[in-house]
Design a binder for this molecule. Structure first.
Ligand code: ADP
Length: 385
């Protein structure tokens, strides 16, 4: 008899070797499950701890296909992987988390938005444009009105590819490409729900978290759980996230980002079919973390208990503004004495302004206590050169 544990013949192929992969590896080591990793950087956080670390591009069809040969399952930790290669691996009978059809929809913000509309999932109103020229023509014709939120179909990343457009000047500065113009939503709070879906179709939502954004960096600053919303309203969010996962039939993890509007309604903003920053606190705050839950899906093990054990708050540890180069963590002595706080250092040798270098999670008797601890530990640290 063999099991997936301590089994030299069972191996997961992971596309991408960043911090999300590193946290998958930590759980895989704990359970003694083999994982091989593909990443183009020799300095990738996953360079240590993998069964095998292969240098190469996860965007290249042949590289991905060769890398994943013989694996028992394939996972991604970044969305820009080659979807055609995933499709070819599926044709060989290797289950992919997520499936190629999910990834294709998610890789394009226009297709993703259209998916919600087609599946009657609540999302902000939007118009599609094949090009910037078409968008500018619609503004000129008065069929697209300011203000709106512009989102580039493909090629966006943190802080680029999304902007609020209030004037002709803003519109002129937009990048070229297929895009959408969304209604500017009056957001009361932003909520994240990570859903896990097993190969047998069983699914489970992690507790909803509330995300607080940095005022200028377009980056999550704190994630707290439970959120400040009433329990009945939170249950609506979790039910909606499960419905989104069901609509996609997304194997593995689907992190669903939601807006709770000032009118008291829910809108789906976007999803990520992989472990997500909003689920990091599940490592300390839940019996089963999002990373273990992904492994359980891939290993055909039952989904684990994802209930909240205690209030928690996560803060990203990012590179200080004004410093680029070899990293130095200043203030660790003070930061690491903060009660209830666990540190995760991703292992990136170079820092840049606002680069995610690690995170910390604090637990407490209340969310306020957890958040205060996370803020204190974070503020005591400076990531510099
Ligand atoms: P990214 O892929 O860059 O994270 P998002 O679609 O998540 O892009 O948008 C980034 C942020 O912009 C959101 O977290 C939210 O604060 C804001 N935002 C996005 N869409 C809207 C909208 N329609 N109305 C108001 N704010 C929005």
């Amino acid at each position: 008899m063999t099991s997936v544990f301590s089994n030299p013949d069972f191996e997961i192929a992971l596309l991408g070797g960043g911090q999300l992969g590193k946290m998958v590896l930590a759980e895989a080591r704990r359970l003694d499950i083999g994982v091989r990793v593909l990443d183009p950087s020799s300095d990738a956080p996953c360079r240590l701890g993998a069964q095998q670390f292969t240098l190469g591009s996860f965007q290249d069809y042949d590289t991905v296909l060769a890398f994943a040969q013989g694996a028992d399952a394939v996972a991604i930790e970044i969305e820009s992987v080659n979807a055609d290669a995933l499709e070819a691996l599926e044709a060989q009978g290797i289950p992919c988390f997520p499936q190629s059809h999910v990834l294709r929809v998610i890789q394009n913000k226009v297709a993703q938005k259209q998916f919600y509309a087609d599946h009657q999932l609540p999302t902000s109103e939007f118009q599609r444009f094949a090009s910037k020229t078409d968008l500018l023509a619609a503004i000129e014709a008065g069929t697209c009105a300011y203000p709106f939120v512009w989102k580039l179909g493909e090629g966006g990343y943190d802080g680029f590819g999304v902007s609020v457009v209030r004037s002709a000047e803003d519109a002129a500065a937009l990048a070229e490409g297929e895009c959408i113009a969304e209604t500017l939503v009056d957001i009361a709070c932003e909520i994240g729900v990570v859903v896990a879906r097993a190969l047998d179709g069983s699914s489970q939502a992690f507790p909803a978290v509330e995300m607080e954004f940095h005022p200028t960096a377009n980056q999550v600053e704190f994630v707290v759980c439970p959120s400040s919303l009433p329990a009945a309203v939170v249950r609506e969010a979790e039910a909606l996230a499960l419905a989104v996962s069901e609509a996609f039939q997304a194997q593995g993890l689907l992190a669903v980002e939601l807006f709770y509007t000032t009118q008291g309604t829910w809108l789906v903003n976007e999803v990520a079919p992989r472990p997500h920053n909003s689920g990091h606190l599940t490592i300390e705050a839940c019996p089963t973390s999002q990373f273990e839950q992904l492994l359980r899906c891939m290993c055909r093990l039952p989904l684990g208990d994802s209930q909240l054990k205690q209030p928690a708050a996560m803060a990203n540890i990012v590179g200080a503004d004004g410093y680029s180069g070899p990293v130095f963590y200043e203030g660790l002595d003070q930061a690491m004495q903060t009660p209830g706080t666990a540190f995760h250092i991703y292992g990136k040798s170079q820092t840049r302004p606002f680069r995610k270098m690690g995170h910390l999670t604090a637990v407490g008797q209340s969310v306020d206590e957890a958040r205060a601890r996370a803020a204190a530990a974070r503020d005591a640290l400076t990531v510099r050169t």
